[in-house]
Each structure stands twice: as structure tokens, then as C-alpha cells.
Design a protein around this ligand. Structure first.
Ligand SMILES: Cc1ncc(COP(=O)(O)O)c(C=O)c1O
Length: 458
């Protein structure tokens, strides 16, 4: 193997990384990870880190699960690839489609899956399906997609437009038309200046106002993450989703449920929306589907949507949306093995149990002067920093300055946690995490916050 120095030079010379500042990366170089087992990864210097973010929310079953590797190599040696286009199929894709549909609550009446490559292309697929559904029903004007500020749905043009975090859109104009944003259920900093519960969950009603203003006959779908992830781990009050569902039903607006982070157990239920009484029309999955071992996403269509498209598509036309790697057999084999681990090792139950413990332990962090808000559900949590708890003024002069400092201090303590917008540090560890490891993470957070405050709060 090449030396660390050689690899670092090559990285800086040849490899591009999302979400880095190119100039800064040239100076700092990469963090080269060489090995992973369970919740831990090792870098090229042999340092071990507790991966409290499951890499990118996705390695939910933990690193180095041999059964997933074995399933991948077995599928590879039997059949590496055959396209899913034109009615071709492979065994692993068929098996995984049945598995995923049957994991969904019966009341959702889900029926069919198109496997994709990840979350962004899945959301694009679902946006296109929503528009196609209405047009084939003779509603040519019903095209608009309503999303929320702080939403993250991906970076391809459709999913980027559904994303409500502004900096993901900077530099990428001109924007495709037909996307609108309403208020998120971010109680700590309510966009409407109200307080829960007296607000009557007015943020949900902004959806109705937007639909009425645009005209219900122009709105195709509402897209939302059950718990907003990259935008700040924003957990809605319990009334929120049933209200949204009712509004969608009243105005014939499809509901696209983006379960890319929350799917397969992250909130302590198999799917995030199972925490509330809702019934989506289209569901987006990715990340935890293969536990990150291979790229795979999936657009899940309710029988309502699929059957209507099937019925109304003219006989001379086919469904002309697809990627070369739809229904990839090796990724699907990885998905089957990953879901088997989640079920057999009762990982969703462990998320619920460890999530309750994490929530309890995090409460202690409110003792710090800078901790304004702590949000958690299952094994996803955010701690938001402020200069002053009364005014809620953000801590630091630059956006995300305080959580970025915490991220660096946690790394020095052997733990990976991630800074996210809303001035928060986020945790999303693998579902296999133990109580002792949660203690390690929260203790490191405690001392990192104390150090950050001594540097930044005067
Ligand atoms: C909720 C949500 N949707 C979609 C995406 C995009 O997924 P991908 O990065 O696989 O394209 C993400 C990525 O983090 C996400 O968090």
C-alpha cells in the first residue's frame, strides 16, 4: 500500500469531495479511513474512531458485517449485472421488491418498487411520477411540488429544487419552475413567531394556505421527511403529520414521504412516518436499505399511483423514466442481506431502547450555557448552540462555526459527529450502538462543549 503522504498528495491532486472547500482541502488533505468493524473505523495512522454518524447516516447495521459482504460476492460470482429495462429481471431484485413492500404498513397500501441508485434520483423519480400521475388523469396543470424550508431531498435538479436549505442551491440557477416552500415544524425557531402548543401547529396550516393561494388544481404533491434530517433534525409535534395528511387528502395533493434517512429503523420504528397516522402515496428510500454497503435507493409506489398510471398510460407508450442501474442485482443482494440483519438482530428495537437512553443522557447538556435546544428521536439527535439562551442569538460569527468547532473537538476525542445547519451538532450512530458507547459519545460531547465555550463564549 502507498504511504499516507503519497495517498494524500494524490487525493488533493485527483479526487473531488462533496462538501469541502477546495482551497481548505488542498491545505488539510483527506482523512483516509482504511478499516471498519461495528461502530468503529480506523484511519491510515491506526487511530480508531467511534462513528457516531454511521458515516453519512447510512451504515445503520454497522461496519464490517460479513454476511452483507458474502451476499455481494455470491451475487457477483453468479451474475454481476443485468439491466432492469424492457422487462428484464433478476432474482435478487424481485426478492428485495417483495421484501420492501411487505415491510411497509398495510394501511399505506404500497405496491411496487423501482430500485434506483440513491436518494436524490429517487426523489426525482417520485416527483416525476406525481406529475405523470396527474397528467395521465387529465389534470395537466397539476404540477407544482410543495416542500419546506430546511428540507433536504438531494442535489439533482428536481431534488435540489425540493430542498429548502438555500446554500445547496447557490450557484445553480436558472432554477426549474414549479417548486414552493412552506414553514417547517421547527418549534425552537418558529418561522411564524409562535409557540407550541398555543400556535395550534400553524406551520402545518401554511401548506393549506399555499395550496389555496396557488390553486389546488396546480399542486401535484407535497414532499417531506418525517423528521427533517440534514436541515437540523427537526422533529414535528405529534399533531403535525395528521394535519398535513388531512390537507393533502382534502385538496387531492399526493404525499411523497422521503424516508431516505428515517427508513429501516432510524427513529425506532421501521419507517419514520409510522410514528404518526399518515398514508403516503409515494415513498423514497435509500441509505439504510443496503446499510451503505452498495449504492441503492428505491421509489415505492402505492397501488393507487401505480394502478392509475398503468390504467391511463396509452398502449403505444412505455414508462420512459429509468437509469442504467435501476434494480441492480448486486446492490439488491446487499439490500436483502442488510435487511435480514436489521430484522434478525432486532436492530429497530435496539434503536428504540438506545434512543431512549441517548435522549435521557443528552438532557444533562442543557447545563451548558451555550446549549439552546436538544432534539432527538430514536438514534438521531441534534444539539443546537446559542450565544444566549434568552435571545437565542447564534454562537459564532460565521454560519455553523460553533458546531464545526465541536465536530473538530469530538474528532480529537476519537468520535465522529457532524455539524449541520441550525448551528447544531448531529448524532446518528449505527443501530448496533451500546449504552457504554452512548456514554462515551455524550461524555465527549460534554467536554467538547465546555472547551468550545471556553474558546468562543466570553
Ligand atoms: C432525506 C434525504 N433525502 C434525500 C437525500 C439524498 O440522497 P443521496 O445522497 O443518496 O442522493 C438525502 C441525503 O442525505 C436525505 O437525507
Amino acid at each position: 500500500m502507498r504511504s499516507k503522504e503519497e495517498l494524500s498528495q494524490m487525493d488533493v491532486k485527483y479526487l473531488v469531495h462533496p462538501a469541502v472547500n477546495f482551497k481548505e482541502h488542498r491545505k488539510k488533505g483527506p482523512r483516509i479511513i482504511v478499516e471498519g468493524k461495528g461502530t468503529r473505523v480506523k484511519d491510515i495512522d491506526g487511530n480508531e474512531y467511534l462513528d457516531a454518524f454511521s458515516s453519512l447516516w447510512n451504515v445503520v447495521a454497522g461496519h464490517g458485517q460479513e454476511a452483507i459482504g458474502k451476499a455481494i460476492t455470491e451475487q457477483l460470482s453468479q451474475l454481476e449485472f443485468y439491466s432492469g429495462w424492457f422487462g428484464f429481471a433478476t432474482e435478487s431484485a424481485i426478492e428485495l421488491a417483495a421484501k420492501v413492500v411487505n415491510l411497509m404498513p398495510k394501511e399505506w397500501n404500497m405496491g411496487h418498487v423501482l430500485f434506483t441508485c440513491g436518494g436524490s434520483d429517487t426523489n426525482d423519480t417520485n416527483i416525476k411520477l406525481a406529475r405523470m400521475y396527474w397528467e395521465l388523469k387529465g389534470q395537466e396543470k397539476k404540477k407544482k411540488i410543495i416542500s419546506r424550508n430546511f428540507a433536504f431531498h438531494g442535489v439533482t435538479y428536481g431534488s435540489m429544487m425540493a430542498t429548502g436549505i438555500e446554500f445547496f442551491k447557490t450557484y445553480f440557477e436558472p432554477y426549474p419552475p414549479g417548486f414552493l416552500y412552506v414553514a417547517p415544524p421547527y418549534c425552537y425557531r418558529c418561522a411564524l413567531g409562535l409557540a407550541y402548543p398555543e400556535c395550534g401547529v400553524a406551520c402545518a396550516k401554511t401548506l393549506e394556505e399555499a395550496i389555496l393561494q396557488e390553486g389546488p388544481d396546480t399542486v401535484a404533491a407535497f414532499i417531506g421527511e418525517p423528521v427533517m434530517g440534514a436541515g437540523g433534525i427537526i422533529i414535528p409535534p405529534d399533531e403535525y403529520w395528521p394535519m398535513i395528511q388531512k390537507i393533502c387528502d382534502t385538496y387531492d395533493v399526493l404525499f411523497i414521504n422521503d424516508e431516505v434517512i428515517t427508513g429501516f429503523g432510524r427513529t425506532g420504528k421501521m419507517f419514520g412516518c409510522m410514528n404518526w397516522d399518515v398514508h403516503p402515496d409515494l415513498v423514497s428510500i435509500a441509505k439504510g436499505l443496503t446499510s451503505g454497503y452498495l449504492p441503492l435507493g428505491g421509489s415505492i409506489m402505492s397501488n393507487k399511483v401505480f394502478d392509475s398510471i398503468a390504467e391511463n398510460l396509452p398502449d403505444y407508450l412505455t414508462f420512459l423514466h429509468g437509469f442504467t442501474y435501476n434494480n441492480h442485482p448486486v446492490s439488491c443482494a446487499a439490500g436483502l442481506a442488510a435487511l435480514k440483519i436489521i430484522e434478525e438482530q432486532k436492530l429497530v428495537e435496539n434503536v428504540a431502547k438506545m434512543g431512549a437512553y441517548l435522549k435521557d443522557r443528552l438532557k444533562g447538556l442543557y447545563d451548558h450555557r451555550s446549549v439552546g435546544d436538544i432534539r432527538s428521536i430514536g438514534l438521531m439527535a441534534a444539539v443546537e448552540f446559542v450565544k444566549d439562551k434568552e435571545t437565542k442569538e447564534p454562537l459564532g460569527d460565521l454560519p455553523m462555526e460553533s458546531p464545526r468547532r465541536i465536530e473538530a473537538l469530538m474528532w480529537e476525542r476519537g468520535i465522529y459527529a457532524r455539524a449541520i445547519p441550525t448551528e447544531s451538532i448531529a448524532l446518528a450512530p449505527p443501530f448496533t450502538i451500546s449504552k457504554e458507547e452512548i456514554d462515551m459519545v455524550v461524555d465527549a460531547l460534554d467536554s467538547s462543549i465546555a472547551q468550545m465555550e471556553s474558546e468562543m463564549l466570553h
